[in-house]
Design a protein around this ligand. Sequence first.
Ligand code: PMP
Length: 276
Amino acid sequence: TLAFFNGEFLPTDSLVIPIDERGHQFGDGVYEVIKIYDGTPFLMREHLVRLENSAKAIRLEMPYSIERFEELIQEGLTRAQLRDAQVYVQITRGIATRLHSFPDVPPSTSMTFRPSKSLTEETFNTGIKVALLEDERWYNCYIKSLNLLPNILAKQAAADRGCFEAVLVRDGYITEGSSTNTYAVKDGVVYTHPANKRILNGITRAAVLQVAQESGIEVREEAFTSEFLLAADEAFLTSTTAEVLAITHVDDTVIGTGTPGPVVRQLHAKFRKLIG
Ligand code: PMP
């Protein structure tokens, strides 16, 4: 598969990252994952604007303009001859002798172009199980930072319990999943944590909330407790790779009927229409 590092397209397994790369040593960078459906990048501009905002939040200069990133991504897709793909984009504070304070060097850019890892239709039709775990992350979760250790530990703890995702709880309230946003549906109203510093403001989240509003489904961007989630009529998660996915079980608790409910099915169907 194809990769890109600092201006060059090369095979993914090329040894190109020096030891003194700050992404490698410190996780000192930010990233995005963009999905390509049938040759067309979905919400690419929104992802690149979020990349720019994440970079700004960590005082990192964007190595290319958004327009140049769009061109490079299109070039990578053409070179890799991929129509259904996932593009990973990472920028870091560059290559410099290890020292915590900022070096005076240009930022690094890495990308990978891979066939997309889509979930099966069966997964969408049956829904998935999640595990509740403590949210042990920092207070700047709105930044799509490379530092994913708490997310990785939570995801693995969930996987060890046979669950697809870890849903995180901070001070009794659901924030989001380890790599997804989380929603509860009660009496026809969709609840989700407000887009503040405690969550990543998902690109899929924004698209799905808009679809809900256009469909006359009421949305409340309010934090809800884990008890509220367990007693919900429906629950679901969203992300670039998981789209809109029903949560049918939270640990040992069955949510609603234990199958994807009418609201999540409607939202996923309408989201799929946006894709084209
Ligand atoms: N929250 C976290 C912590 C994530 O890592 C992701 C995946 N990028 C999301 C939410 C979902 O965001 P998006 O819809 O932009 O993929």
